[in-house]
Design a binder for this molecule. Sequence first.
Ligand SMILES: Cc1ncc(COP(=O)(O)O)c(C=O)c1O
Length: 364
Amino acid sequence: MNFDLENLVRENIKNLTPYSSARKEFSGAAQIFLDANENSFGSPLAQNFNRYPDPLQTSIKEKIAEWNNVKPSEIFVGNGSDEAIDLLFRIFCRPQIDNVLICPPTYGMYEVSAEINDVKIKRANLTVDFELDFERIKNSIDENTKLLFVCSPNNPSGNSFERENILRLVKDFQGLVVVDEAYIHFSQEKSLVSEINNFPNLVILQTFSKAWGLAGLRVGLAFADEKTIKLFNRVKPPYNVSQIAQEAILQALENKSQVKETIAEIVSEREKLIEKLNEFSFVTKIYPSDANFILVKSTDAEQIYKFLLGEKIVVRNRSNVELCAGCLRITVGTSEENKALLNSLEKLTEENTEEENLSTDSHR
Ligand SMILES: Cc1ncc(COP(=O)(O)O)c(C=O)c1O
């Protein structure tokens, strides 16, 4: 592999003088802070939020670094992993010149971020059984392909790619391979975070929105070589993670065992749900899932989707997505939620049977 980070970065970013925030310029021990135009009188709340938060989320990074056996300088903390995705475009992709490669069906934000940044998307679809298509990937790459997104476990198919297969791409590609591990905590496969020291072109995305149950806080992570993380820090807005989010994440990191229990429960609910869903005649296939959702192929996705909406249950209709004709993506809920879903589907089966009986009657 012939990877050169310097070559990959946009000129304007290389030449950028980053914004230097008050909190970055002075981080010593003072008693009176009159440097950041904050409001020294406090906030109209029980807790004060009148001071800007730590721009580099030092305490969070220290904890996550220790836990993942990496250095704090190899971690970026963002306003959701969606922020990291957008930053990758802004740092590396020249609008209207560069392109990125995605492997559909996959998470929609890669494409939206590309469009926002006026960067071309190339698509190397997965195979029909949702595996990486190496030949297609290889043939889609050109000298302006800067990023290759691999989502594992993949949204919406739910499967993970084998570690060796992802690393094969990392070894062969001269740009950055971005492995989105939003759902890794539900997976059989181990995270690739441990590989960032072996591959300077590997970026791993993770999030607190899924297994950690903290989607409302908006906190995501990127792990990569510290040179890449430095670039993230240069380009990101100065205070991209709020004080309240930083405090809550620090507390949550003390409750890892609770998260582990929830993961085990979700995985067990997932398996139960798969078993029950398989009993419905309108379900034609359930794809194996390594995530907290299931991709279900059905005879009539639109009808089921609308029926469930009438029952006040929202699932995701993915039937217009590549390779997902007839498919609904169903998030695994609590045991009660899953039961309610199954009850509603029973109701739909009964209604369909009644209708069938009526129409056979009328043909008699
Ligand atoms: C694959 C994948 N990556 C990233 C995200 C977004 O994560 P965050 O909430 O951290 O922005 C999602 C959300 O659904 C996702 O499915």
